[in-house]
Design a binder for this molecule. Structure first.
Ligand code: RB5
Length: 164
């Protein structure tokens, strides 16, 4: 299992984390793991396990904070990771993806500038979640022209929305 001590960063990144009841236990686990790291971690809730809560109430404020530049990266957890991902991507500037394996945890950042990793608290183990988060937080966008070109085409959809 990846331990928090292995998480290193050359800059003190500001990381948000958010979860509904389906991701609450995994959020608590990841918060503990990250507590000894070099990251500043902001918990967007839920702060208690409430089986009636709704993931948009925690994920959207975190995605807003990323879109406005107040956070560098985000971790969103719900039961499957799907709802959290759909919700986060409604926010312009959020680039969220449900990640279940290590290749995409890295390449999603390097090629696609993914800024929110979504995890299924009822789907993957804590050990895998730790590894995926570690890879995600340590990966950097390549800035390659072809990737910027593709991302500009995605961003164009956001301006199209605001024109209507
Ligand atoms: C909540 O029961 C569950 O639907 C939610 O956590 C998530 O899995 C949605 O995608």
């Amino acid at each position: 299992m990846i331990q928090s001590q292995e998480i290193e960063s050359d800059k003190r990144l500001r990381i948000g984390i958010a979860a509904d009841h389906g991701g609450f236990m995994m959020k608590e686990f990841l918060l503990k793991m990250l507590s000894n790291s070099n990251y500043e971690v902001i918990d967007f809730g839920n702060s208690v396990l409430n089986k009636d809560d709704d993931y948009p109430d925690f994920v959207i404020p975190m995605a807003d904070a990323i879109a406005s530049g107040n956070l560098d990266r985000g971790i969103a957890v719900c039961g499957s990771g799907v709802g959290a991902c759909i919700a986060a991507n409604k926010v312009d500037g959020a680039k969220a993806c449900l990640i279940t394996e290590t290749f995409s945890a890295r390449q999603g950042v390097e090629d696609d500038n993914m800024n929110i990793i979504c995890l299924g608290g009822r789907v993957i183990t804590e050990a895998l979640a730790a590894e995926l988060v570690n890879i995600f937080l340590n990966a950097k966008f390549s800035g390659a022209a072809r990737h910027n070109r593709r991302l500009a085409k995605v961003a164009a959809i956001e301006s199209r929305k605001s024109e209507t």
